[in-house]
Design a protein around this ligand. Structure first.
Ligand code: BG6
Length: 490
């Protein structure tokens, strides 16, 4: 199988926060990879901007270092790297005072390239930056703006952020990134569901027993204490990535892949989520916080020590039993869990089908496991359909569970592009299918806010778990109370 690279029209990408972490680790490497793939045409330019005073040459050195540090050796092609660096320039600007915005305007000039602004900065700056872009007349009627989570920390603050951006850019020109939607396997979930006749008839409460979504990380705070301690796992991972995955699993078949067709269906799922509030939060949610333990083969500190604060009630782990109140999913629990410093890094979605209604096999045949479809997002992407077969050979009818295994790394030998590569190119093409619409973000907060409020109101404390484990024992109890267990394929 060969991937296809379809060149995009020439564009000017203006990146605010050009010397920041996101730009260094993700955006510059992703853009370089697209250059190497031959996707850029003609006079495409990337204009970096931040408050630091840097010359174009200094910014190019910064970019070169970033690419060498974050792109694998085998993918560095010196000629393409030089061509890429030649597309870069830099303008120092400060949105809080407006300094440098005239220089930015001059740098963009009267180019007819597609224009996109990437706000790779703290969300508190989104509003001021778009106002300066507007005040200095840098946006054209077709310019796009790209923003990323966190979009607010509650429904109310999310609305403020959306209003601030919406004052300058129409919704059709706002690209809200959730990088999980750019992951290869997440898109494959749509292919699996809608390009196969096999699954869709079974994809409902008559045949599905429950769904599990796990996003486990082995890393800890990674120097993001300031942000993370104010956010916690529910805001950081569930409000966005995990709910987006849930939507893709649970949505109705959209009429097409057109952006609003898909986003309308996702929105209906978010709106159908049953409320979790002070009445049921203690029963259906678990909050955890890691203590010192072992991870990635070495001893690691606990959250509070990493934070160098004596106390914090922020959760680094959360498990939730969610339910969707509609005909398709009535009575099918969606068990969600995510955490830092867990036993390993794994993200997967498990669809567990109902057990067979009656067994014709005797006890000697062994246990008959329910069929499971396991969609693994990372680290080794792939899909496994677990089925029962007869153990081969003589010895009577003994049954065994085996996976029909489709590991993508084994089937396809190409590099798996990073989510940002696909998403930035989609912005240039003007395709919003993989981006969150305003009402989706707000609907997600509308479901999350009462959970946060319930935790506060009921004083639901974090439960300790040892770093390098699967979270607090209460998370195991959450699912085992229902006679089910967390999937283990790690
Ligand atoms: C980010 C969160 O959105 O996603 C981080 O803020 C988290 O806390 C990261 O580590 C996980 O992304 P990935 O792609 O490594 O699974």
């Amino acid at each position: 199988m060969t991937s296809q690279t379809i060149p995009v029209d020439p564009f000017d990408l203006i990146v605010f926060g050009a010397t920041g972490d996101l730009c260094e680790r993700k955006l510059l490497p992703a853009l370089y990879q697209r250059q190497r793939a031959g996707q850029f045409s003609g006079p495409t330019r990337i204009i970096g901007s931040s408050r630091s005073e840097l010359s174009d040459e200094q910014y190019r050195s910064f970019a070169k270092e970033a690419i060498n540090a974050h792109v694998s050796r085998a993918d560095i092609d010196e000629r393409e790297l030089e061509r890429f660096l030649a597309r870069l320039s830099y303008v120092s600007a400060d949105a809080t005072t407006g300094r440098g915005f005239e220089d930015l305007k001059a740098a963009v000039g009267d180019s007819t390239n597609i224009r996109a602004f990437y706000l790779a900065v703290a969300p508190s700056l989104f509003g001021v930056i778009v106002s300066q872009i507007d005040a200095h007349g840098i946006a054209t009627p077709t310019s796009r703006v790209i923003v990323e989570k966190p979009i607010g920390r509650s429904l109310e603050t999310a609305k403020e952020v959306n209003n601030a951006i919406g004052r300058v850019f129409d919704e059709a020109r706002i690209f809200r990134i959730d990088h999980y939607l750019g992951k290869e396997t997440v898109q494959n979930l749509m292919a699996l569901r809608f390009a196969n006749a096999l699954y869709e008839p079974l994809w409902n409460s008559a045949h599905v027993d429950h769904v599990q979504i796990t996003v486990a990380e082995s890393v800890g705070l990674e120097g993001r204490a300031d942000y993370y301690d104010k956010a916690g796992a529910l805001r950081d991972m569930v409000q966005n990535h995990i709910l987006q995955l849930l939507c893709l699993v649970a949505m109705e078949v959209p009429a097409s892949l057109e952006a609003d067709a898909v986003r309308d269906e996702k929105l209906k799922v978010l709106r159908a989520l049953k409320p979790i509030d002070a009445f049921n939060a203690e029963r259906v949610t678990v909050r955890g916080q890691y203590r010192a333990g072992a991870s990635n083969g070495g001893a690691v500190k606990g959250y509070l020590e990493e934070l160098s604060a004596g106390v914090s009630g922020t959760e680094t782990f959360v498990a939730v039993k969610a339910e969707i109140g509609n005909w398709r999913w009535a009575g099918v629990p969606f068990y969600l869990r995510t955490g830092k410093r867990m036993a390993t890094r794994v993200s997967e979605i498990v669809i567990e089908f109902k057990p067979i209604p009656h067994s014709i096999f005797g006890e000697a045949a062994g246990r008959i496991f329910a069929n499971q479809l396991v969609i693994r997002l990372q680290p080794d992407e792939g899909v496994k359909q677990w089925i029962m077969i007869k153990d081969p050979g003589p010895g009577g009818m003994r049954l065994r569970q085996i996976p029909l295994d489709m590991s993508f790394a084994e089937s396809f030998h190409e590099r798996n592009p990073d989510a940002y590569e696909r998403l930035i190119m989609d912005v240039i093409r003007g395709n919003q299918t993989l981006f969150m619409r305003r009402d989706e973000v707000e609907a997600a907060w509308r479901w999350i806010d009462p959970i946060l409020a319930a935790w506060e109101e009921r004083g639901q404390a974090v439960q300790a778990y040892t770093a390098g484990t699967w979270g607090p024992s209460a998370s195991i109890a959450l699912i085992e109370r229902d006679g089910r267990t967390w999937h283990e394929s790690f």
